[in-house]
Design a protein around this ligand. Structure first.
Ligand code: NAD
Length: 514
């Protein structure tokens, strides 16, 4: 399938040909006189469509609708909210192939990864539906006679969801569907590199809401980070800002939200590392590292960016890894045989080139790749060759996240050293150890081991399941989303003391004789 055929199929099938509004506040904003942003396909530079952006007035309309909707939605009992999440999951399932195709066209993921992205949103929908009956609070033993002490969770209100380009549907679902069953409404500001996906997903979710006669709980506010993003971050009506993106932007989002005492969830950059010990199953480790470093053209927050390999197996491991890299098909992600699609845009290609030049200045030796790639029939595409760079010292550019398929490989001699190097970066998202020795693996997942939010044993740093809480430490921002009890971020915890006696006994033995 070429870009034109795929575009026709996805846009027709998803009903996007008639919609070019990027704002939904119970109805789609009229687009006359509005500034539009074009969605450019990274496979061949073709324009896929354009989406009209909201201004400050449109933002006000979105917020007014959100506040009104919250009053009604928060009164719906949680299991009823869960049914809506379930219905949205069913609609996403029906449209999985088309939505996946749109993700491929807009951000360049392979067909399999595009479909996987939508599957992740579907999985979250079923998780949210089940969760809606499990929003448990605690009952705590009270120290006072005839008193009951308990904890309950109320919805927060309006949640701002600012998302990155690389998971243009799944990250919305992680936030919006979990927040919805808690009783919140969400205002989504998607990445300007993935606007069509945002419009398509919002349309599907809102059709479910509308046919159930409910108020608009999934609002959409497309616009630039500097305008709409900034408005959301600084708006006191937004109780929680969930931000997914680079550490640089996230730092300022976190600071601004905190300055107005708003809550934030920050899901920022990673610099993920795999440690391969002498006791590793080498073939398995090679597959795990190759997937982590190459999949999604290195544009996952969990992509493997560093590999620490024991010196006794280093040469063997590198030979096998470069063999895999030599066989990897780079090309149009619409071709099912392609494993590596394009980077998202030309700026990303420039970052790839700059990073390689900087690594070379630091005495990095290129073992594979190092160049842009001219893919067949995609001459204006943003393709690069997955690159392996051998380095002696972890410093400079290696401490930074470059959103491209660049893997730094290093030798180590003992596991304690490897863990120290592993942890000596500012980011703390995902990590992996490849070993069949339980002492090594247990050490790595112990408190003395990896300092990341996510740790993997004998599997890749990339490819998390939705059931666990997702997020990382240090400059990755400390937020947690998706599974486990991450729903609590979207709720207001309330501690309740009930006295059912005839006296007022005080805690801590305090006496107040009146
Ligand atoms: P980005 O920081 O460029 O943009 C993210 C979002 O922030 C976009 O919607 C953008 O419009 C918005 N934005 C920009 N300026 C803003 C401002 N001043 N105020 C408010 N919003 C603003 O990131 P990106 O290039 O889209 O995504 C890649 C980055 O996201 C990588 O660093 C990656 O590691 C990170 N990421 C992290 C996770 C995670 O869960 N930890 C997941 C996916 C991506």
């Amino acid at each position: 399938m070429n870009v034109n055929e795929a575009k026709k199929k996805a846009m027709n099938g998803l009903g996007l040909l008639d919609i070019n509004s990027g704002v939904y506040h119970g109805k789609w904003m009229a687009t006359e006189g509005k500034k539009s942003i074009e969605s450019v396909c990274p496979i061949n530079g073709q324009i896929l469509g354009s989406v009209a952006q909201g201004d400050a007035d449109d933002y006000e309309q979105v917020m007014a609708a959100a506040e009104k909707a919250f009053k009604l939605w928060s009164k719906v009992p949680p299991p009823g909210r869960g049914e809506i999440a379930g219905e949205i999951g069913a609609e996403l399932s029906k449209n999985k192939e088309l939505l996946g195709l749109l993700v491929t066209l807009e951000v360049g993921k392979t067909i399999s990864e595009g479909a996987g992205e939508i599957q992740e949103a579907i999985d979250i929908a079923s998780f949210a539906a089940g969760l809606s009956r499990q929003l448990y609070g605690l009952t705590i033993a009270s120290e006072r006679p005839e008193h009951r002490l308990m904890e309950q969770w109320h919805p927060l209100g309006t949640i701002g969801v600012i998302t990155s380009f690389n998971f243009p549907a799944a990250v919305w679902a992680w936030n919006a569907l979990i927040a919805a069953v808690v009783g919140d409404v969400t205002v989504w500001k998607p990445s300007s590199s993935a606007l069509l996906t945002a419009v398509a997903v919002s349309r599907i979710a809102n059709k479910v809401v509308e046919r159930n006669g409910l108020p608009p709980i999934f609002l959409l506010a497309c616009g630039s980070g500097r305008t709409v993003g900034n408005l959301l971050v600084n708006d006191k009506r937004v109780s929680l800002v969930s931000f997914t993106g680079s550490t640089a932007t996230g730092r300022s989002v976190g600071e601004q939200t905190a300055a107005r005492f708003g809550k934030s969830i920050l899901e920022l950059g990673g610099n993920n590392c795999a440690v391969i010990t002498p006791n590793a199953d080498i073939d398995l480790a090679v597959k795990g590292v190759a997937f982590g470093a190459i999949a999604t053209a290195g544009q996952r927050c969990t992509s493997t960016r560093r590999a620490l390999i024991h010196s006794s197996i280093y040469d063997n491991f590198i030979t096998k890894l470069t063999d895999v890299y030599n066989k990897v098909n780079i090309g149009s992600p619409l071709d099912p045989s392609s494993i590596v699609g394009p980077l998202v845009n030309n700026d990303a290609v420039d970052n790839y080139k700059t990073t390689i030049a900087r690594a070379q200045e630091q005495n990095g030796r290129i073992l594979h790749g190092g160049n842009v790639y001219k893919a067949r029939n995609c001459k204006s595409g943003c393709f690069v060759i997955p690159t392996i760079i051998e380095i002696d010292k972890q410093e400079g550019i290696v401490l930074e996240e470059t959103f491209a398929p660049i893997l730094y490989v290093m030798k180590y001699d003992n596991l304690q050293d490897a863990v120290r190097i592993h942890n000596s970066v500012p980011q703390g998202l995902s990590s992996a150890i490849f070993s069949t020795d339980i002492r090594e693996t247990e050490y790595f997942i112990s408190n003395a081991g990896s300092d990341c939010g996510i740790v993997n044993v004998n599997t890749s740093t990339a490819g998390a399941e939705i059931g666990g809480a997702f997020g990382g430490e240090k400059e990755t921002g400390g937020g947690r989303e998706s599974g486990s009890d991450a729903w609590k971020y979207y709720a207001r915890r309330q501690t309740v003391t009930v006295n059912y006696g005839k006296d007022i006994p005080l805690s801590q033995g305090v006496v107040f004789p009146v």
